[in-house]
Design a protein around this ligand. Sequence first.
Ligand code: SAH
Length: 284
Amino acid sequence: MTPRPALSLSSGEKRGSDDDSVTTASMAARKGRIALVGSGPGDPGLLTTSALEAITTADLVLCDKLVPKAVLDLIPEHIETYIAKKFPGNAEAAQQELLNMGLAGANAGKYVVRLKQGDPYVFGRGAEEYIFFKEHGYRCSVIPGITSALAAPLLAAISPTHRQVADQVLICTGTGRNGAAPVMPEYVETRTTVFLMALHRLADVVCWLREAGWSMSVPCAIIERASCPDQRVIRSTLEHITEAFETLGSMPPGLLVTGNTCIVMETVPEGERWTVEEGYSLFL
Ligand code: SAH
């Protein structure tokens, strides 16, 4: 595979507004390049061919902690690889460390790939990274990834939109800034709402939804480790989902999807409070 040229400024060309701090001269002075690359939800089969090309031709790969081993295993051994040491309380320092390493690598002439779980711009801090590197003279190329927000429902037989049932989709977070409660969306009957980063405080999220006027009979599902061999789907209603999750224990990463579309293709049998399905295969 030949390396694809990164998005770069050609001679004399200057993108952006007049006050854009990235000049052609500052770009030309550097030899390296940087790509923000989405890794998809987990299954290496869900990487794009561009992402695969990036991680097999890079000089340095800087990975999110969430990127699963099966994807990491595709990075050839000779390529320098670093995995973020993100854990609660250390996220900012770990993020800054990755940015600094990326910048140092590019300044040393390397092709740096920032490999990010799912899609780089869906709760991935991708835009912050783009801005950081731009301020330091690099305009990143960005390779989209399949986001877990849309792939996980699909893999659980939940279609985020469905004629006459759901005509809008909202992707939001259960984690507010500095641990505060995020603003909860209003309930819209024809909307599918996907909550990322919500399961570690599921009881709170359900409580906030109730306070925001949601009925506890709204169908929902938890999808964990979507597209990984140990994928798990729990179907229930808001009323019982917390009890189900606490009974079964958590298998991160996972997300919560809510809305009437959750009971279009698969349902919870009458009289049961929840169902559990385990396993994943792209080709049955
Ligand atoms: N950029 C990522 C999301 C990063 S935020 C994307 O586009 O998918 C991290 C959250 O994503 C996790 O807390 C979880 O809610 C969700 N997530 C990531 N991978 C997942 C997976 N394989 N299955 C279910 N949820 C996942």
